[in-house]
Unconditional design. Structure first.
Length: 345
């Protein structure tokens, strides 16, 4: 065990594959181990470089192995695929991870703390409940439309329909249909209460986090987007620039260049879909809100809308917002408008 320098681990639900090599690349250990004996096996290894794919439970195991003195690094699964030789199996995957983690140009995923993962779980749970609420609202609207009761779309416009269902004297809806839609209405009310509870939890975490408070000062970034960014981006300095961060979120154009000819297409839509959607929604709100405070980004976007479609401008503004957010997180500074910079000067 003393010669081991690099370890590749293929995580699974119950059986993990461990591939360990020495400084010359000679395989020392290649075996499958159960979850219960995984930490005990790695405790026997000397402090070394450990690579794992960034997948379910990987952050937990990274924290546990770090306590043992190992240098743990998480690799995006798509970056490991290039190092898999021939057939795909657990042993080949572990060997590929062991090879990939030693590459000097490899990019890694920073290990998240328990606090960050807890905040992200609140976001994921809220997104799931919001999706269920949307499905119920669509179902209620569709069912009532069969009887000629129609309302505008959106969660704010569901209240008139619920009042009609609650009024038993309203003859537009048959009694049997009203009884069938009753459970859906109860679920809607329950989901609304649960979403409000999660909103309060996220808001409390936002008020206690300095990075999230600084991010919320950016136009188009509210507590929801700020907390998601603060919890997801563990180390913003891993990105060289704001453009690289925007590209990480999938807000940069996809390239298909060759032979010295540059060809840019639509946005790549890579990276975190949830963060990207929050930034685009925030940018859309800035463009649509007539009373929004004028800012350099908003003025730039309004000028761009003269010759470009609205949605394209919204994505472009989301890209600019992502770059500003990176600067705020990486430099540890507050968001400053052009006016504040001029006053400070």
């Amino acid at each position: 065990m003393e010669k081991i320098t690099t370890v590749g681990i293929d995580l699974a639900k119950s059986v993990f594959q461990v591939h360990a090599i020495d400084s010359s690349g000679q395989v020392i250990v290649s075996k499958a181990v159960k979850r219960t004996g995984f930490v005990a096996l790695l405790a026997k290894f000397p402090a070394c470089l450990v690579g794992m794919e960034a997948c379910a439970s990987s952050h937990h195991w990274a924290r546990e192995l770090t306590k043992l003195g190992h240098d743990v690094r998480l690799i995006p699964p798509s970056y490991v695929k290039a190092y898999v030789r021939r057939q795909k199996n657990d042993a080949a995957d572990a060997a590929a991870i062991c090879e990939a983690v030693s590459r000097p140009s490899m990019r890694f995923v920073p290990v998240k703390s328990e606090e960050q993962q807890s905040a992200l779980m609140a976001h994921r749970a809220r997104a799931l409940l919001v999706g269920q609420r949307t499905a119920l609202i669509c179902a209620v609207r569709a069912h009532l439309a069969e009887f000629g009761v129609v309302s505008a779309t959106g969660p704010r416009n569901i209240a008139p329909l619920l009042s009609i269902l609650a009024d038993e004297t309203d003859t537009r809806v048959p009694a049997m249909a009203r009884g069938a839609l009753g459970p859906l209405v109860e679920q809607l009310k329950t989901l609304g209460t649960q979403i409000e509870v999660l909103d309060r939890q996220i808001l409390d975490w936002h008020r206690a986090n300095a990075i999230s408070l600084r991010l919320a000062a950016i136009p188009g970034v509210g507590p929801l987007t700020a907390t998601a960014l603060a919890a997801s981006i563990t180390d913003p300095t891993m990105f060289k620039s704001g453009r690289e961060f925007a590209a990480f979120l999938g807000l940069a154009p996809r390239q298909s260049s060759s032979g010295g000819k540059e060809k840019l297409g639509r946005i790549s839509k890579m990276g975190d879909r949830y963060l990207r959607s929050l930034l685009v929604v925030g940018a859309t709100a800035v463009l649509r809100h007539a009373k929004a405070k004028a800012s350099p980004s908003r003025i730039w976007a309004e000028q761009l809308m003269i010759r470009k479609p609205f949605k394209l401008v919204a994505v472009a503004l989301a890209n600019k917002t992502a770059r500003i957010a990176w600067a705020v997180m990486a430099r540890g500074e507050d968001y400053r408008t052009t006016e504040s910079v001029a006053v400070a000067a």
